[in-house]
Ligand binder design. Structure first.
Ligand code: SF4
Ligand code: SF4
Length: 140
């Protein structure tokens, strides 16, 4: 019994691939897979994180869709990988951010650029950031 549907699908695919072994020279995933006869969740997470999603095994596979075996190793391992990032994220309360990583990255990038620009100006001309408005000073 696996923790997620993606892990169950990865288990099914690894059994098929372990019988086939056509892709054993493509990347680190297949030699590591061949050292195993069973695929518990921890091992599947490990194998998924060896995959860099190149897609070569999908292109080479004679069992990829529309074949009834429906072997799509890159897609399945990518899902297992994404689930593992959420499962092992620290602090756990922030793991949900992986679902909105585009928004999070955009906000962090914008905030970083703003802090850099304000900091740069403040270092070179503190009055431009912390000083009073020139007209207001003249009015006084
Ligand atoms: S991806 Fe396809 S061709 Fe490659 S080892 Fe698995 S079943 Fe065989
Ligand atoms: S997609 Fe992943 S498993 Fe398939 S050949 Fe590339 S690195 Fe290996």
């Amino acid at each position: 019994m696996h923790a997620t549907r993606a892990l169950a699908e990865a288990d099914r695919l690894m059994v098929v691939c372990n019988s086939c072994r056509y892709c054993e020279g493509l990347c680190a995933v297949f030699p590591a897979m061949e050292m195993r006869r069973a695929f518990p969740d921890g091992d599947l997470n490990y194998l998924a994180n060896l995959c860099h999603g190149c897609g070569a095994c999908y292109d080479d596979c004679q069992f990829s869709p529309p074949h009834e075996f429906d072997v799509n190793v890159p897609k399945t391992l990518a899902q297992v990988r994404a689930d593992s990032y959420k499962a092992y994220a620290w602090p756990p309360a922030l793991s949900g951010l992986f679902d909105r990583n585009g928004l999070v990255v955009a906000v962090i990038a914008a905030a970083s650029a703003a802090v850099f620009l304000v900091g740069f100006v403040a270092l070179n001309d503190p009055a431009a950031v912390f000083g009073r408005n020139g007209r207001a000073v003249m009015a006084l």
